[in-house]
Design a protein around this ligand. Structure first.
Ligand code: LLP
Length: 446
């Protein structure tokens, strides 16, 4: 089990999250169900914020990367914790604003922001747009000019750091759809281009090397390369980097193959980044930039679990035993996408030793619809409550209605009590946008 206060096994042998018994949560809210522990989320936000305050003279900002889990409640929590957020679409921006999140602490990302998304960001007066292409710099310039404002931007640069993570979630190698490459000089050209614009104010650079990364060295290397680039730009154009955003990507525990980092342990990642930035600034004679980090997974990932009910159990003698649950790739597509690994627990028998190796299957009509392969469990039977741990990040946010399954609701637990932050979907929600053209209607429908 993970090292968090978030999860424990109570005297009944039941799994508890944030002080709430999972058996009670399942009875009250049904399954499948996402559950998040509010205390853990707040703790992680504070740890990042405090580290910037204490180690970097408060000269920076923590942004919660809201793609990891986006709904109105999470933006409220981020606002109360005095951190910023990054959004990557009009939809995330809309949700943040609807939750009353201050635009002055919103950064807008995306490798292909649509015209209306840029317009929405400018209308909302977001603090900064992270520009990813020359076309986008043009669009921002055009829209800012129309509004007679000067929009702050960062350029997303690609320093060519390869981190050890799944290829699809690795983003700063040279062959990536993201950012301006430093190595082939497109980044340098983008600086010159942005500086030539009147309604765009280039503040500095952004880089994000990937996600679920544990090696500090990869982050440090990226920070150093960004600072080297800042020094070059100062020399070439006299450009002073006021702001440096080093992205997110800090890894979390999913299974015992991963490092277990206690919440306080994440300070070290930030400290390593901070000392790299300070060291390089000293060496190159650069001003210390306003420093931004944007963790997503490490804020909400381990705060979350998904509760399922076991249904059919299929044993293929000598081959495999499948334990099917009432969810699947529609609430967690991460196995299907990345062969991600998870730890399941029988939530009402959490203290029992594992006696079997099974694979957890979903209910979708697709063989690849799996949640976890070859995991250890006590002998499961129909009706058992199954908890899958560390599902707070990129599960709800990537959920879908495949097979017209309903996306599960999400409950936030505070002081041992759960409350909906995302309501259950209904069948009516599924057909809400369906339209039947008149020619398909039969006489009796008319
Ligand atoms: N900043 C930028 C620009 C990003 O692209 C990301 C994640 C983050 C920050 C936050 O990274 P984190 O701290 O959460 O690692 N769907 C994948 C993860 C994709 C991550 C995309 N970018 C998954 O389920 O693993």
């Amino acid at each position: 089990m993970n090292t968090r206060e978030t999860l424990k096994i109570n005297e009944k042998g039941h799994l508890e999250i944030g002080g709430a018994d999972c058996v009670d949560l399942a009875e009250k809210f049904g399954t499948p169900l996402y559950v998040l522990d509010e205390a853990h989320i707040r703790n992680m936000m504070r740890i990042y914020r405090d580290t910037i305050e204490s180690e970097y003279d408060d000269n920076g900002l923590v942004l919660y990367a809201s793609k990891a889990f986006s709904c109105e409640a999470i933006y409220r929590i981020a606002a109360q914790e005095n951190i910023g957020v990054d959004v990557v679409s009009g939809g995330e921006l809309y949700t943040a604003l609807k939750a009353g999140f201050p635009a002055s602490k919103i950064y807008m990302h995306g490798n292909n922001k649509l015209d209306y998304e840029i317009e929405e960001a400018l209308d909302a007066k977001v603090r900064c747009i992270v520009a990813d292409s020359p076309e986008e710099i043009d669009k921002i310039e055009r829209e800012a000019a129309k509004r007679k404002i000067v929009q702050n931007i960062l350029l997303r640069i690609n320093p060519g750091v390869e981190a050890h993570t799944h290829a699809y979630i690795q983003t700063a190698k040279t062959d990536s759809k993201f950012g301006f490459s430093v190595s082939n000089r497109t980044a340098e050209k983008a600086v010159a281009y942005a500086l030539s614009k009147k309604y765009v104010s280039l503040r500095g650079f952004h880089c994000h090397i990937g996600s679920q990364i544990f090696e500090k060295q990869s982050f440090v290397l990226a920070a150093e390369k960004c600072m080297d680039f800042a020094a070059e730009m100062k020399e070439k154009f006299g450009f002073v980097t006021e702001e440096l955003n080093l992205g997110g990507g800090f890894g979390i525990w999913y299974t015992d193959e991963d490092k277990k980092i206690p919440p306080e342990g994440y300070r070290e990642y930030l400290e390593a980044l901070i000392s790299a930035v300070k060291r390089k600034a000293g060496e190159k004679g650069l001003k210390l930039p306003f420093l931004i980090v944007e963790p997503g997974r490490s804020i909400v990932g381990e705060a979350g679990i998904t509760l399922y009910t076991v249904g059919a159990i299929k044993e293929i003698p000598g081959l495999r035993k499948y334990v099917a649950v009432d969810g699947g790739m529609f609430d967690n597509p991460r196995y299907a996408l990345y062969q991600a690994k998870y730890t399941p627990v029988l939530a009402a028998r959490a203290a029992e030793p594992a006696t079997e190796i099974v694979s957890i299957a979903g209910k979708c009509c697709e063989s690849g619809d799996l949640i976890a392969m070859n995991v250890h469990l006590p002998k499961a039977k129909e009706g058992d409550l199954l908890a899958v741990l560390s599902t707070g990040a990129y599960n709800y946010s990537m959920a879908m209605n495949y097979n017209r399954n309903l996306i599960p609701p999400c409950v936030l637990v505070k002081d041992g009590k759960g409350e909906y932050i995302i309501k259950p979907q209904s069948y009516q929600d599924l057909t809400r946008n369906d339209v039947v053209p008149a020619y398909l209607l039969s006489e009796t429908d008319k």
